[in-house]
Write a protein that binds this ligand. Structure first.
Ligand code: SF4
Length: 430
């Protein structure tokens, strides 16, 4: 059967979608990039926060519409939204042909009349980048931050064995990957369940020893409470692991951090970033912040502003607290009004915009290795990313006056000529 698979949500869900695609292909189905050419439509949903749940519902309704128009024979819904709301969904959307929880690909194959192989094998989706691939090293989370639904949706921490990850990384490189982004809910706890000890450094060692020397390794989602000097020095000394650290702080006020159950104090947070910059001043530091957490008063928010002002992050994602159904924080006293949340978010992002610009300007005049992601030959223009830009969440480098031979997936030397808060402009060194 020709199947259209829509992958929503985060990079971890994208890996799940590729595992589902692998099972579908092994069962004799083929993936199509356009739903117009499909016989069946499957949406791998996200249910992490309300807006994501709404986006998933809208995608399901779109597929149902196509089925009602006779353009699709079968509609299937899988993933996090099913984990979170299966009973309600099945009751309220009776015309969906099959449902499956995350990673239960065997039931999808059976629903399509096949016999599942139950072997972990990934196939890139037509929408997947060929050159940048995600390697999911663990799933689930046991940290239990009070605002987060992930532990209830994806369960406790489950790390994948190192050997499985090494052979999967090898497969992704054989398929053309030049950048591997390691993802999980929290990379720092990798292996604590499986091997009874932090094993992230061991995994990085084995990846660097087994992969071709020009492959980039990028670490995403590092919980600050388990970051130590050893890990920072290992990342800084890496030959392939990039000097890029994605460390969500969420906040910087001790009372708010405590109420969030982040398990860390502001001074400990601060020492992570000062230590990182003392080891390598070019470390690209990305973080995520949440404003408007229950009980957050102006003085708490000011502490966050002060922390951000002192730390000088390169990149920041920020969002307002939302009382997600079923979380501890949903029932907490001192809920902040939407107006105040928005005002604080704007103030924080305005501060970060200036800081990002200042950090970007440090690279003007420098020559960077850039992974080419898009080439427009008509105007001799290309776009790409250096170690400082993670895929999908950070800015891009625009390269002008490119040479004839340049193509997507190439790693080229680019001299940076101009900086903007999120993007940079440069010229290819010919
Ligand atoms: S570490 Fe991340 S995924 Fe885990 S509970 Fe906290 S916010 Fe959620």
């Amino acid at each position: 059967m020709k199947i259209y698979c829509l992958s929503l949500g985060c990079a971890k869900n994208k890996v799940d979608s590729e595992c589902l695609a692998g099972e579908l292909e092994r069962a004799g189905h083929s993936l199509v990039s356009d739903v117009e050419f499909a016989e069946a439509g499957i949406v791998n949903t996200c249910g992490f926060i309300q807006p994501a749940s709404e986006e998933s519902i809208a995608a399901i309704l779109d597929l149902e519409q196509l089925r009602n128009e006779g353009k699709l024979k079968i509609v299937g819904v899988v993933g996090c939204l099913v984990n979170r709301y299966s009973e309600d969904l099945i009751r309220e959307m009776p015309s969906v042909d099959f449902w499956a929880k995350s990673e239960d690909w065997a039931s999808v194959i059976r629903s399509l009349g096949g016999i599942p192989e139950n072997s972990r094998y990934r196939t890139p989706l037509p929408s997947s980048s060929k050159f940048t691939r995600y390697l999911k090293i663990n799933e689930g989370c046991s940290n239990k931050c009070t605002y987060c639904t992930i532990p209830s949706i994806r369960g406790e921490l489950r790390s994948l064995p190192i050997d499985t990850l090494i052979s999967e990384a090898d497969q992704l490189v054989k398929e053309g990957a030049v950048e591997l982004c390691l993802v999980g809910q929290d990379l720092t706890v990798y292996g604590t369940d499986l091997y009874g000890k932090d094993s992230l450094i061991e995994l990085i060692d084995k990846l660097e020893n087994s992969l071709p020397k020009d492959i980039w390794i990028r670490l995403l989602y590092l919980h600050p409470s388990r970051i130590n000097l050893k890990l920072l020095e290992r990342v800084a000394s890496g030959t392939q692991v990039l000097p890029y650290l994605d460390i969500p702080i969420q906040h910087a006020d001790p009372d708010i951090l405590y109420a969030m159950n982040r398990g860390i104090l502001p001074e400990e947070l601060s020492s992570i970033f000062t230590t990182a910059r003392s080891i390598n001043k070019d470390f690209a530091l990305r973080t995520t912040c949440m404003v408007g957490f229950p009980g957050e008063k102006k003085q708490h928010f000011d502490k966050l502003l002060d922390f951000v002002s002192k730390t000088r992050f390169d990149r920041m994602g920020a969002f307002t607290f939302f009382p997600e159904e079923g979380t501890e924080a949903e029932k907490m006293k001192g809920q902040v009004t939407e107006t105040v949340k928005k005002k604080r978010l704007n103030k924080l992002m305005a501060l970060q915009e200036e800081i990002s610009m200042e950090r970007q300007e440090l690279f003007v005049g420098r020559v960077m290795d850039v992974l080419i992601e898009r080439v427009d030959r008509e105007v001799f223009f290309a776009e790409g990313r250096s170690f400082r830009e993670a895929p999908e969440v950070d800015g891009l480098i625009e390269i002008r006056n490119i040479s004839e031979k340049i193509k997507e997936g190439d790693m080229v030397k680019v001299k940076i000529t101009e900086a903007m808060p999120h993007d940079m402009v440069g010229e290819e060194l010919k």
